[in-house]
Design a protein around this ligand. Structure first.
Ligand SMILES: Cc1cc2nc3c(=O)[nH]c(=O)nc-3n(C[C@H](O)[C@H](O)[C@H](O)COP(=O)(O)O)c2cc1C
Length: 247
């Protein structure tokens, strides 16, 4: 069981060059306000690891002053996941029982089940977001059905915004799910960023204090690079959308 990341920055692209103008918060000519990133959970099944992965990501992201997070959990959205969906554990019963089988509120730092949100409420939150970070497992070489439902259920909310990925799974670390999602988000006029975070064969223990993910500086660096890319694209596209409506 190994953990790895897909940080792999381009050799020709220095890390420091990943910002747009005066990097954070507030680029040139832009009001100094942080980016709002909606964090989308992919999994709704019983015993899911997703909230643990999202909480770990949020802990790292919240150290930065250029992003604010809003968790959108399909398990808390009756129009996306029926109550029964959370009790079904298809295929692999999973060894990843995180002990945190809860849906999230929009406070990413918790694993509490949130008040069920309506389609309209979620639409407003997605519309208010400057970009999206998808935290997804891999199921049968692709991404979970609830995530597809969430993506399909909205349209302009995704337009001309960046999408980044934190994926997890078995040997692939969720990368096949990510590649499929890139095609889906392109159809929704969103821009997926190259650099992602990929966690191979992880379980809840890996995210606890001293666990191999929590203690891995390389993985934390991959999160930071992902957020650098999101920050650049998020700022650039916000300026572009403000100057001319995309559609
Ligand atoms: C139905 C199902 C199919 C899966 N298929 C794959 C797969 O194709 N490749 C893989 O690497 N892991 C696969 N896994 C393992 C999951 O990616 C892994 O258990 C992950 O932690 C599940 O995320 P969750 O607990 O948040 O639902 C599968 C798990 C399930 C439940």
């Amino acid at each position: 069981m190994t953990s790895a990341t897909t940080t792999t920055p381009d050799a020709a692209t220095p890390h420091a060059a990943a910002h747009l103008g005066d990097p954070r918060p507030g680029g040139v000519g832009e009001a100094p306000r942080p980016l709002t990133l909606a964090v989308l959970l992919g999994s709704v099944r019983a015993g899911r690891l997703g909230p643990t992965v999202a909480a770990w990501f949020a802990t790292l992201a919240q150290r930065r002053d250029d992003v604010r997070l809003d968790l959108v959990d399909p398990a808390a959205l009756p129009h996306i996941a029926s109550p029964a969906a959370g009790s079904v554990s298809p295929g692999d019963p999973g060894t990843n029982d995180a002990g945190t089988n809860d849906a999230g509120t929009n406070d990413v730092g918790t694993n509490d089940v949130g008040t069920p949100a309506t389609r309209e409420t979620v639409g407003r939150r997605l519309a208010a977001a400057d970009g999206f970070v998808v935290v997804t497992p891999e199921y049968n070489h692709s991404y979970p059905a609830a995530l597809k439902h969430l993506i399909d259920d909205y349209r302009q909310e995704w337009y001309a915004k960046p999408v980044g990925f934190v994926s997890y799974g078995g040997v692939s670390g969720g990368l096949r799910a990510v590649e499929h999602l890139r095609a889906v988000f392109a159809e929704q006029h969103a821009v997926t960023v190259r650099d992602s975070v990929s966690l191979h064969g992880v379980s809840a223990a890996d995210f606890a204090d001293g666990g191999r993910v929590a203690a891995d500086g390389g993985t934390a660096a991959a999160v930071d690079l992902l957020l650098d890319r999101m920050s650049w694209w998020g700022r650039a596209l916000r300026v572009a959308r403000d100057s001319e409506p995309y559609a």
